[in-house]
Every structure is written in structure tokens, then in C-alpha cells.
Design a protein around this ligand. Structure first.
Ligand code: SF4
Length: 338
């Protein structure tokens, strides 16, 4: 292969490629199959949203990428390729050295993400341990980043402790720390869930601006469809540990192919046009993930479920150029139009 072809090949490869990932948690009641056959890509420079109800496995997926799983987690199949290397097979020191360098994360609760007994200044200097430069240069970079994320008068605030900041300001500090190292991939796990609606909009706009400036990729986990529509290029829809649909954000939001995606969109408060006192919900509950499952995982809540859905797990069907979903109805539509 010539050098320019090799460069093209390398640049076309997604930054993060997750393939056939199966993950169980060992519990006293049995094995909880938290992720099943999960595959997705995060292309370089793009923002990929992962959506789904609580219990869909989206945060487990984020923690798997970061290598922050609890001891009872067991990856039984699949790979997580980051820049072409499988993170799951990497020696622990090599994997750790990626954190706070090529990979960084924003957590849902900024109070638990920050060390409560150390100043913001010392935490922001420590996070730059991979970087060259003196302490005063690192302090100057920290001040610049705090200013960039909208902390007023960073010079006087940088010596404060996390509890001196409001929730919104603390999350801005966490974003500043995560992006200070200019990561290739930022994993954001529900970063706006603990904030009110006004702050959420501000944080989403801030993340969008900084992602463009730095040029990093983002894996953005959220249950808030409005935030995903605003920020993301692509969307992955998860249900009960499986990816049921994925594609470009405009396709998923305008032409959802899976009944679960349609139900999620119908329940999105941002899309409800009539005034109502009760917000709609998807009838039924996410099934228990204990033990193995047969058939479509969504069948107990799906109004289109048939015998085939009980017996056979649907494969992935292509809907458009950039959209796939797992539902037998798509196979039947394909046969009718053939
Ligand atoms: Fe519903 Fe069957 Fe499609 Fe599953 S495969 S989403 S149960 S129609």
C-alpha cells in the first residue's frame, strides 16, 4: 500500500470501534447480561449520542470504554478498538496512561468527580501530568480554560474548593478539566442530568463550541433527546443492553425505523404539542436482564409483536444509507417491496 493510500485508510477508520460487545455482571441472583452484541463506531471529530431509558446499558457502555467497571463485570465477547488498538486486551498500565490524555470523561455528578479536599487549582495542574511545562505554565493553561468555560474571575476562583461552586459551575470546572488535556475522545455520561433546563442548554452549547475548537470526538450518553438532537451527529438507541437502532441524527429523529425509537420520540416532552398534565410514558417496564434471552428484547412492550418476535432475535436491517435497526417489521417491508 502506498503512503498516501495508507494515510487515507487510517484517516477513514473510526476513532472508536466497538464490535460484538457482551458484558455480564456477576450477582448473587445470577448473571446480569448488561450488554449484548453491542456494535457502534465513533468517527473522528464527530459527536455520537447514546440514548435509552434507565437500565438500557448506556452508562455501562461508557464505563467499559473508560475501563472503569466494577470488579463483578465480565466482558465475555467483543472488542473495543480505540485508534486501532483493543482496549480490552491492553495491559493495565498502557490503558491507564490513555486516561487524562487521549481519553477523558465527564461524569453525571461533578461533586463526586472532583476531590472535595483539594483546590480546583491543584486538581487542574495534576490533570496535566502528561503535558510538558512548569507548574506556572500549567496554572496559566488552567486559568485560560476556566475562563473559556465561563467561570467568572478565574484568577481569584481557582484557589477555591469544589463545594465553593454551584452545581452548574462545578460541571463547567469538570468540562474544563476533561478538555484541558485535549483528548482524542471525550466520554460524557449524562453530564447535564443534575442541572436545571437553563443550565443544561448553556452546558450543551459550551460542549458543542469546545468540541469544534478542539476537534475531538465525543461519546455523549443521555436520556434527553433534545440535548442529543442539539449536540450530536449520530445517535445510537439502546434498549435493555442491546443497540436497537443507529444512524445519522436527522434520520433517527425524522424517520425512526424501530418501534422503540418511535415510542421514545413520542414520549419526549420537547415534541409534545398539546398541553397536558401527564407526560406520556412507554407502557410496561424494561425486562430483567438476568439470564439469557430469546426473541426480540422489546417484544413485551411492542404493540407490533408477533410469534416471530418471541422466537427469533431480529438481525440488523439497513433502512437508509446511514441508518440500521433491529426489527422483523423491516424484513417484512423489504419482502413486500421486493
Ligand atoms: Fe416489535 Fe417484533 Fe420489531 Fe421487536 S421485532 S420491535 S417485538 S415488531
Amino acid at each position: 500500500m502506498r503512503r498516501d493510500e495508507a494515510t487515507l485508510h487510517m484517516s477513514a477508520r473510526p476513532l472508536l470501534e466497538i464490535r460484538g460487545l457482551d458484558l455480564d455482571f456477576g450477582t448473587p441472583r445470577g448473571r446480569v447480561r448488561a450488554l449484548r452484541n453491542v456494535s457502534l463506531d465513533v468517527p473522528a471529530g464527530q459527536v455520537v449520542g447514546v440514548v435509552g431509558e434507565s437500565g438500557s446499558g448506556k452508562s455501562t457502555l461508557a464505563f467499559t470504554v473508560m475501563g472503569l467497571l466494577s470488579e463483578n463485570a465480565d466482558v465475555t465477547a467483543g472488542s473495543v478498538l480505540f485508534e486501532g488498538k483493543d482496549l480490552l486486551k491492553m495491559p493495565v498500565p498502557a490503558r491507564r496512561s490513555l486516561l487524562g490524555d487521549r481519553l477523558s470523561m465527564i461524569f453525571q455528578d461533578p461533586m463526586t468527580a472532583l476531590n472535595p479536599v483539594r483546590t480546583i487549582e491543584s486538581q487542574m495542574i495534576d490533570i496535566q501530568y502528561h503535558e510538558q511545562g512548569s507548574r506556572s505554565e500549567k496554572r496559566a493553561r488552567a486559568l485560560e480554560m476556566l475562563h473559556r468555560v465561563g467561570i467568572p474571575d478565574p484568577q481569584s476562583r481557582v484557589g477555591a474548593y469544589p463545594h465553593h461552586f454551584s452545581g452548574g459551575m462545578r460541571q463547567r470546572v469538570c468540562i474544563a478539566m476533561a478538555l484541558l488535556v485535549k483528548p482524542a475522545l471525550l466520554v460524557a455520561d449524562e453530564p447535564t442530568t443534575a442541572l436545571d433546563a437553563t443550565l443544561e442548554v448553556q452546558i450543551i452549547h459550551l460542549l458543542k463550541d469546545l468540541q469544534k475548537e478542539i476537534g475531538c470526538s465525543v461519546l455523549f450518553v443521555s436520556h434527553h433527546l433534545g440535548a442529543v438532537a442539539e449536540l450530536c451527529d449520530r445517535v445510537v438507541v439502546m434498549y435493555a443492553g442491546e443497540v436497537v437502532e443507529q444512524g445519522a441524527v436527522r434520520d433517527i429523529f425524522h424517520n425512526p425505523g424501530h418501534p422503540y425509537t418511535r415510542a421514545l420520540l413520542e414520549c419526549d416532552p420537547g415534541r409534545i404539542r398539546k398541553s397536558t398534565r401527564t407526560l406520556p410514558t412507554i407502557p410496561g417496564e424494561v425486562p430483567s436482564l438476568l439470564g439469557s434471552k430469546e426473541g426480540c428484547i422489546f417484544r413485551t412492550r411492542c404493540r407490533h409483536a408477533s410469534n416471530r418476535c418471541v422466537q427469533e432475535n431480529p438481525v440488523e436491517y439497513r433502512i437508509g444509507v446511514d441508518q440500521v435497526a433491529r426489527c422483523h417489521l423491516l424484513d417484512e417491508e423489504r419482502l413486500v417491496s421486493a
